[in-house]
Each structure stands twice: as structure tokens, then as C-alpha cells.
Design a protein around this ligand. Structure first.
Ligand code: NAP
Length: 222
């Protein structure tokens, strides 16, 4: 039976990954940081773990909680946007810390704890964003969020080198998706976005390790 781990799954894209993988018959371990989030995961039949990637003590306990699992799919989804800006407004330090701690330090805390818990040939995805692409940059809105996603793209590349030959690692842009973060005017439903990413994950080969992909498989410039 396929084993799946989703980090940051209380709502939005993360919760939809849990729903679709459960529907496909997978055994799913998923994390949330609130009681409501944990309840959502229980409802879907996932094993729910309490985890706040922005909290040192909370995130350091992941490795022993997943001990014994061999995950075929790992999705690092937890992320925050922070205040939406249009120009070069210097972020308050606490906001800078919160966005960077969640979007960059979070994956850097989780990735080392996965080393013994990924099945040979597993696929690992970090939910990045096209807004983090420097090659495609044509606007400067929300520059803190952009910087955090550019930084996590670097983290993904390093993970892909460490896990090469064992795990295929990719950064995904999920599309512009109707969630609390994406808003109701976004292009895609969570269903479409997650179905696309699941399909791409199943098609990946070793040659895709370290790629930055749109939810539909189109390669994106770093
Ligand atoms: P969302 O609806 O705002 O959900 C964010 C998820 O991340 C929630 O489950 C949230 O948990 C979790 N999270 C936030 N901070 C966390 C922390 N410190 N520890 C653990 N979990 C935490 O966002 P979304 O639209 O589903 O986005 C998911 C990912 O896709 C994010 O990384 C986002 O940057 C990326 N993305 C989204 C879009 C889009 O259009 N929606 C586009 C590009 C990239 P709580 O419920 O506890 O807050």
C-alpha cells in the first residue's frame, strides 16, 4: 500500500492531498498545528500528527513520530504569505521572521528528519511558487513571500543532491489556486491543482530530480 506524508495539511492544498491520496487507498500520515486541523485529518482517515514547522520543539519530534514508515510520497506544503505588498516596503522584523521561519526554515527542519523514512524511489515535493522564480520575475508584489520561495527553491536543489539516486525531489508551483491563500478569484480548484501534481509525481523519473515544475508538469525557470 502506498504510504504518504503531508506536512501542513489542515486546509487548502495540503488537506486536498490527504483527501485524494486517501480516496486512492493510500495510508496517509499528515500534520496540522490546530485541534480543528487534526480533526479534519482524522475525518479523512489519516494518521494525524501535531506539528508546527515554525516551532523548534514541535518540529524536532517528527523523526521519532514517523519511525518505521517508508513513505512513497512526501509533500512539504506548509506555508504562509504574509502581508501583501506592491512596492519595496521593508517588512517588520517579526513578519520577516514568521514568513522565513515557516517557508524556509520549516522545510530545512523537516528534510533531515526524513532520511530514514523514505522508500527507495520515493517522490518528494516542496510547495514552492512561481512567485519565487527569478527567471520569470515580472512583478515585485509581495517581495518577502517571493524571497522565501526563491530561498526554498535553493533548499529543494540541495535536498535533491543529497537524496539523488534514492528519491526524486521537485519544487511545484501549484497554479493559482482557490484556497484561503489564493483567494476566491484564483484560476484553479484545489481538486484540479492537486490532481495535476499527483499525476506528475507518479510520472517522475530520476532525470526529473531537482526540477521546478508547474502543477501540470511544465518546467519552470528558477
Ligand atoms: P492555505 O490555504 O493558507 O493553507 C496553508 C497551510 O499551511 C495550512 O494547512 C496551514 O495550517 C499550514 N501552515 C502554515 N503555517 C504552518 C506552520 N508554522 N506549521 C505547520 N503548518 C503550517 O494555503 P494553500 O493555498 O493551501 O497553500 C499551500 C502551499 O502552496 C503554500 O506553501 C503556498 O505558499 C503554496 N502556494 C499556493 C498558491 C495558491 O494559489 N493557493 C500558489 C502558489 C504556491 P494552519 O491551518 O494551522 O494555519
Amino acid at each position: 500500500m502506498m504510504q504518504v506524508l503531508v506536512i501542513g495539511a489542515s486546509r487548502g492544498i495540503g488537506l486536498e492531498f490527504v483527501r485524494q491520496y486517501r480516496q486512492a487507498g493510500a495510508q496517509v500520515v499528515a500534520t496540522a498545528r490546530s485541534e480543528d486541523g487534526l480533526a479534519e485529518l482524522h475525518k479523512l482517515g489519516a494518521k494525524a500528527l501535531k506539528l508546527d514547522v515554525a516551532d523548534t520543539a514541535s518540529s524536532s519530534g517528527l523523526a521519532w513520530q514517523i519511525d518505521g514508515h517508508q513513505f512513497d510520497r512526501v509533500i512539504l506544503n506548509a506555508g504562509i504569505h504574509g502581508t501583501r505588498t506592491t512596492g519595496l516596503q521593508t517588512p517588520p522584523q517579526d513578519e520577516f521572521d514568521a514568513v522565513m521561519r515557516t517557508n524556509v526554515l520549516g522545510p530545512m527542519r523537516v528534510l533531515p528528519q526524513l532520511v530514514d523514512s523514505m522508500a527507495p524511489g520515493a517522490r518528494l515535493a516542496i510547495l514552492s511558487s512561481r512567485m519565487g522564480s527569478m527567471g520569470l520575475r515580472s512583478a515585485s508584489s509581495s517581495w518577502l513571500y517571493r524571497a522565501s520561495k526563491a530561498a526554498v527553491n535553493s533548499v529543494l536543489r540541495d535536498a535533491s543532491l543529497v537524496f539523488a539516486g534514492r528519491v526524486v525531489c521537485v519544487a511545484f508551483h501549484p497554479g493559482w489556486v482557490r484556497t484561503d491563500m489564493g483567494g476566491s478569484g484564483a484560476d484553479l480548484s484545489v481538486d484540479e491543482s492537486v490532481a495535476g501534481m499527483r499525476e506528475q509525481l507518479s510520472k517522475l523519473t530520476a532525470a526529473d530530480n531537482g526540477a521546478f515544475l508547474n502543477y501540470d508538469g511544465q518546467p519552470l525557470a528558477w
